[in-house]
Design a protein around this ligand. Structure first.
Ligand SMILES: [Zn+2]
Length: 624
């Protein structure tokens, strides 16, 4: 038999796909599904062609292989086969493109040309320590331009420097004790004070936030848009199709493959909400550059996050163009996420036993996250258009974590100091420290005092440092220097740990119950030095912003908007960054508060953390 006529795996697959897809299309037509609403048609088309297509391809491969094994010639001559394959490809392409021609999201929102335009761009975890060397090399063109034409400074964060808490402080100008956000589980309903977009809304501004933390659920009466960030409990967004961003994230954070229905739905929404083919091409390009076709967990982490950033920028730029708003916020989390995981390969000299091959492989992941964030800033600003005041801020900085990895086991720690688990309402690990939220303020003092009394059996020295921080949380860490000493002395193995004892009131407990040495790859740690860049016609070019605080961001935006600052906000407007002209015509005025009595009842907090959110926090090392 001639090899030319033997079915190849590819031709069998394509032929099988054609048959299955064509059959499915027929079924859809016959079933009269064309009468379904326009919103759902592309999904049905996609499902009708794509899913049976894949199944058909698998079936085709198996049938082709079976036929080949039997040594028979396949159905007829190659020419009709080629035609059939061409038709199959055409139909499938049509189905893939269909969502792009579905109805566009409605145009809404409004810009009041008389109102100053304020933009807040958040780059979680960005630090000058990484930005400046890249700018010096001629990179990060967008941030470099903003710095050159505008003003820059260090934005000081506070403990616990956990992103959902700090971003809420930034947007409200109020302390955690007032806004009430103490972790990642709070929702927009439970935030106890107004945030900048709510204050501006009350003054007739249209507002849009994209990716900002603790903004779920969105308000239905939003003039503008709300696409909640990674703390969202569900996919709801305003306007609706943009909820696919969080559906995609929920899907991506599970290690199992999503269902074809879910994939098709995400795909259709994405296509309708600003999706670009170039984003797929770039994601594939990154996979190729990484040199892996089936990425392992370490590769998947940065590849998926970078791809998701492109998806978000596509959607944000579409929204910003279609719904221009007086206040706009956009939030980028890739720099933080990747800094957590890849730092050991950025500064391998600060860690022990770092694999040289991995260093060569992952050294550029963090710099690349900055390059990509810079590009996202450029695209976002282009879509937003002219503004009066832009602030680019980060919620904290980053640095190499302790050389050795350990976490504190809170449940066991409480047990050892004679407290019940309910003495704590929860905790968050911000490596290398842990922050316990005590059930009552008195318990906070008790926990800190007792933890300080835990000693090492062999040396009789205290094992932990502990104190109550401003938010009322108990901050606990280990004496890092002494711990590093232990590890250097080769006493770091699990077995060695199990043999060492901690003493509390004469009672011994294995140290390994309290401190968990872990092989996890988290190596970057938050520090308190975030960034602030100001830019726009209101900003004095070249101004150096003196060391300022996360509490100053909202007062500065209020001042830029020409509104009074509030006396119940501890921060102050960063007047040093404004032009003489603006300062001369805008004396600082104040009001007692922006809170409206009874406007924010607090509502029922949804404390239950959705699985996808847990997965995300786990991937960053916050919970284990
Ligand atoms: Zn972080």
């Amino acid at each position: 038999m001639s090899n030319q006529n033997a079915p190849t795996i590819q031709s069998s697959a394509l032929f099988g796909a054609l048959c299955a897809a064509a059959l499915a299309l027929l079924v859809i037509d016959v079933a009269g599904l064309a009468g379904a609403s326009l919103d759902h048609r592309p999904i049905l088309l996609l499902l009708g062609l794509f899913v049976p297509g894949v199944l058909g391809a698998v079936g085709g491969i198996m049938a082709g292989a079976a036929l080949r094994a039997l040594g028979r010639e396949w159905i007829g001559r190659p020419k009709p086969l080629r035609r059939a394959t061409g038709l199959a490809a055409f139909l499938l392409l049509g189905a893939m493109l269909a969502p792009f021609f579905a109805s566009e999201p409605p145009v809404g929102g409004s810009r009041d040309p008389g109102k100053p335009r304020i933009v807040l761009l958040g780059i979680d975890g960005a630090t000058w320590e990484r930005i400046d060397p890249l700018i010096a090399k001629g990179e990060l063109p967008n941030i470099a331009r903003l710095v050159r034409e505008g003003a820059r400074g260090v934005l000081e964060s506070e403990l616990p420097a956990f992103s959902p808490i700090v971003w809420t402080t930034i947007a409200s100008g109020r302390a955690p004790a007032v806004h009430g956000v103490s972790g990642a589980t709070e929702t927009a309903k439970s935030v106890g004070c107004a945030r900048i977009w709510e204050v501006l809304r009350d003054h007739g501004y249209s507002t849009g936030t994209f990716g900002y933390l603790i903004t779920w659920p969105p308000r239905a009466d939003d003039v503008g848009f709300t696409v909640p960030g990674w703390t969202a409990h569900g996919p709801e967004s305003e306007p609706d199709p943009y909820g696919f961003v969080n559906r995609l994230r929920f899907t991506a954070s599970h290690s199992s493959l999503p269902s074809p229905v879910e994939l098709a739905r995400i795909y259709c929404d994405w296509a309708r909400a600003g999706g670009r083919f170039s984003t797929i091409a770039r994601a594939l390009g990154r996979v190729r550059a990484a040199g892996v076709w089936w990425p392992d967990e370490i590769d998947r982490f940065h590849l998926s996050r970078e791809a998701l950033l492109d998806v978000k920028v596509d959607s944000f730029t579409r929204l910003a163009r279609e719904r221009p708003t007086d206040f706009t916020a956009f939030y980028i989390d890739t720099v933080d996420n990747e800094s957590h995981l890849y730092w050991r390969w950025l500064e391998p000299e600060k860690f022990e036993g770092v694999d040289a091959a991995k260093t060569a492989r992952y050294r550029e992941v963090i710099p690349n996250s900055y390059r990509h964030a810079d590009e996202a800033v450029g695209r976002a600003l282009e879509a937003i258009g002219p503004y009066d005041l832009l602030l680019v801020v980060s919620d904290h900085g980053f640095e190499a974590g302790n050389r050795n990895q350990f976490t504190i086991d809170v449940e066991n720690l409480l047990a050892v100091i004679g407290l019940e688990p309910d003495a704590s309402e929860g905790y968050v690990t911000i490596y290398p420290r842990v922050y316990i939220k005590p059930a009552t303020p008195e318990l906070g003092e008790v926990i800190a005092e007792r933890v300080l009394r835990i000693t090492e059996e062999t040396s009789d020295l205290p094992l932990f440092i502990a104190r109550v921080v401003e938010s009322g949380d108990v901050e606990i860490g280990v004496d890092a220097a002494r711990f590093a000493e232990r590890m250097k002395a080769g006493r770091s193995s699990e077995r060695e740990m199990a043999r060492s004892n901690a003493l509390f009131d004469g009672e011994a407990a294995p140290l390994s119950r309290l401190v968990d040495l872990t092989s996890r790859a988290f190596s970057g740690a938050h520090n308190l030095d975030g960034i602030v860049v100001a830019h726009g016609p209101l900003v004095r070019s070249g101004a150096e912003i003196p060391r300022s605080s996360i509490y100053d961001v909202t007062p500065t935006m209020l001042f830029g908007a020409g509104l009074p600052v509030a006396e119940d906000m501890p921060g102050k407007p960063l007047t040093g960054l404004f032009t003489e002209e603006f300062l001369a015509s805008h004396p600082i005025t104040s009001v007692p508060t922006y809170e409206v009595e009874g406007a924010r009842p607090g509502g029922e907090e949804e404390k239950e953390m959705p699985e996808a959110l847990k997965e995300h926090l786990r991937s960053l090392g916050y919970i284990s």
